[in-house]
Design a binder for this molecule. Structure first.
Ligand code: CA
Ligand code: CA
Length: 158
C-alpha cells in the first residue's frame, strides 16, 4: 500500500466533460492534469469540445485534454466542432493521456504525416471492422472504403 492517496476519476455514463479550445499553448485550452500516476481514470459519458469565438485551429493542432494517471475506457459520445475543409478531429486515447488532434483524414496514426504506417493502420482497422476504417461513413466495410482511403491518402496532408 502506498502512503499517498491517488484520486480516481470515474466519468460515469451520465457525466459530461466540456472543454473549450482557444489555442494549442498551455492555458489556451481546458486541460485536466492528474498529479498521481497511480490514479485511475475511467473514461465514459460525453466529451463536448467547443471552440472559443474567433478561434480557427489549423492542421497539426494537438490538445492534450487529460494528462496523467492510468486511463481505461473511452468517451461513449464525443461532440466535436465542425472541422475545417479536408480535415478531421480525432480523440486519441493512450495509457496516460487523452488528446484531440486536427489532422487530414488519411492520417490514421494521428502524427500529421502520411506514410506506410497509416496504410498499415487502415488495413488493420478494416480487417477489424473498426469504424475509423469505414471511410465513407455508411456503416459497412467494402471496396469503396479502401478506394476512399487511397484517394484521401493520395490527396495528401496540407
Ligand atoms: Ca500518419
Ligand atoms: Ca463504408
Amino acid at each position: 500500500m502506498s502512503s499517498s492517496t491517488p484520486t480516481n476519476f470515474d466519468f460515469t455514463s451520465s457525466g459530461e466533460l466540456v472543454t473549450d479550445l482557444g489555442g494549442v499553448s498551455n492555458g489556451a485550452y481546458d486541460r485536466l492534469s492528474i498529479g498521481f500516476s497511480a490514479s485511475n481514470i475511467s473514461l465514459g459519458g460525453t466529451l463536448t469540445v467547443n471552440l472559443d469565438d474567433g478561434y480557427e485551429p489549423g492542421f497539426g493542432s494537438l490538445w492534450s485534454i487529460i494528462n496523467g494517471g492510468t486511463h481505461t475506457g473511452e468517451f461513449a459520445t464525443v461532440n466535436l466542432p465542425e472541422p475545417p475543409l479536408d480535415l478531421v478531429y480525432r480523440v486519441v486515447y493512450e495509457a496516460d493521456r487523452a488528446y484531440i488532434v486536427l489532422t487530414c483524414p488519411a492520417d490514421l496514426t494521428n502524427d500529421f504525416t502520411l506514410n506506410f504506417f497509416d496504410i498499415s493502420s487502415f488495413l488493420e482497422a478494416f480487417a477489424a471492422q473498426d469504424p475509423i476504417a469505414d471511410f465513407d461513413g455508411n456503416g459497412t466495410f467494402n471496396f469503396f472504403d479502401i478506394s476512399a482511403f487511397l484517394e484521401a491518402f493520395a490527396a495528401g496532408c496540407p
